[in-house]
Design a protein around this ligand. Sequence first.
Ligand code: DX5
Ligand code: ZN
Length: 224
Amino acid sequence: MTDLLHETLIAPSILSADFGRLSDEVELVLGAGARVIHVDVMDGHFVPNITIGPLVVSALAPLVHGAGALLDVHLMIERPEAFVGAFAAAGADVLTVHQEACPHLHRVTQTIRDAGSAAGVSLNPATPVETLSEIRDHCDLVLVMSVNPGFGGQSFIPGSLEKVARARGLLPEHVALEVDGGVAEHNVRELVDAGANLLVAGSSVFGGPDVETRFQALQQAATA
Ligand code: DX5
Ligand code: ZN
């Protein structure tokens, strides 16, 4: 199933979904063809917002896995190593931690892999891609943040396009490259051309009516 990590895919972020009808919203995007569902976990410490924990991941897992899709869990939390076991047991196929939250990043990616998930490493906008040099052979995915993490619906930071290209140049071919924040129809193609293959989209999928059409338009723009 982690072969999906190497395809060019829009990953709808449930952060912008209607949480009162969360499973319906996820069902809609799965029905429209989504195969990576992005889940944003925030703790009110690493980022100034609080969202969800392993309980919601485990509640969504049967639906997502039943459709042959992946749960891509983005941990914007301090001490993520303390929660790897719980999220892996809840059904996270990918667990991405922030480099800025992990003084012992190498150990954390090993722990994630040992727990049976793919290991992702995320960089905040101000963290240089060159800091990936020692971890690039010990992770399965790199996530370039194109906004400051914490909220959906922010504007894409323009220099992020070039940053994605530099990240791709540094990474081994088998490491997936994801971009997160401000992804929309107008920039999705250039991000793919720059080397990103997983494109997180929150408000541009769930932020208006007709979620299925919005998802499909983005997926088409990414692969056209
Ligand atoms: C932000 C989150 C994103 C968020 C993106 O901290 O990591 O995944 O959902 O939202 P949009 O696509 O609206 O910028
Ligand atoms: Zn995210």
